[in-house]
Write a protein that binds this ligand. Structure first.
Ligand code: HEC
Length: 235
């Protein structure tokens, strides 16, 4: 019988060990789990949204400005200049209503409303951000499907929307540093002066635009050049 109880003790010890290591694994798992990434099976990711092209420029040009939420200023602890920094605080993947950042761009409370002292985000930008959060606020997918067609370069269909997504967060009025890019005449002026192409192609002697952001896609630069070559039509 002594043998039998020794065997039982041994089994009991093994069982305890198994349970303890299972619990340990769970604890370790919960520590390494990155809080801002939804479990894979819950990521619905909207395949039409590319973070780098659709979402990041909105944050870079409307929020990550000097005195606001760039690396140097980080007002309220928000630095909104890169994927890692944006999802760090104020974004609850899958849940716009619980996301402070979403609340700040949609609230009716004038004190909390963002961007502060600047025009509100437009309906297209809000829709993109909302769908991005609902889809899990992820940084993958969609980019291969970014549609950019070098044969499309009308002012209303291509140039104005491009300015709006990449430039007008900063260039939102004639008094803005670098001037306005919100309307046909101001974009035309920048184009005719040569500055528009100089800044987006990062020509020496000019500030690289979009400031602090990624260079425009080659295809987008081509669209702008073709529009200028066609005589900057207001079409
Ligand atoms: C994050 C803010 C920001 C964004 C986004 C931005 N700009 Fe600027 N831009 C500035 C500031 C600030 C200046 C003035 C200081 C300077 O020239 O560096 C400026 C200057 C300019 C100038 C004048 C350059 C000169 O030498 O006179 C042009 C043209 C310009 N930007 C075009 C653009 C275009 C086109 C885009 C979008 C593709 C864009 N910017 C995006 C902040 C921005």
């Amino acid at each position: 019988m002594a043998n039998g109880s020794a065997a039982r003790r041994k089994m009991f010890t093994v069982l305890l060990f198994v349970l303890a290591s299972a619990a340990g694994t769970m604890v370790i798992d919960s520590c390494v789990h990155q809080p801002y990434v939804l479990p894979a099976d819950q990521q619905t990711g909207d395949p039409t949204i590319c973070f780098e092209q659709d979402i990041l420029p909105i944050f870079q040009s409307n929020c990550a400005k000097s005195g606001c939420h760039n690396a140097a200023s980080h007002e309220d602890g928000y630095t909104l200049d890169s994927y890692t920094n944006i999802v760090k605080k104020g974004i609850v993947p899958g849940n716009p209503a619980a996301s402070k950042i979403w609340e700040s761009v949609t609230t009716a409370d004038g004190d909390d409303f963002m961007p502060r002292n600047a025009p509100a985000l437009n309906a297209t930008q809000l829709d993109l951000i909302k769908r991005w959060i609902i889809g899990g606020a992820i940084d993958t997918g969609g980019c291969s499907s970014v549609s950019c067609d070098t044969t499309a370069f009308t002012y209303s269909g291509t140039i104005a929307p491009l300015m709006q997504s990449q430039c007008t967060g900063c260039h939102n009025s004639p008094s803005a540093s670098g001037g306005s890019l919100t309307d046909y005449n101001s974009v035309k002026t920048a184009a005719v002066s040569g500055k528009l192409v100089a800044v987006i192609t990062h020509q020496t002697g000019y500030s690289a635009m979009p400031q602090g952001g990624a260079k425009l896609l080659d295809c987008q630069i081509t669209q702008i050049k073709k529009w200028i070559a066609a005589g900057t039509p207001n079409n």
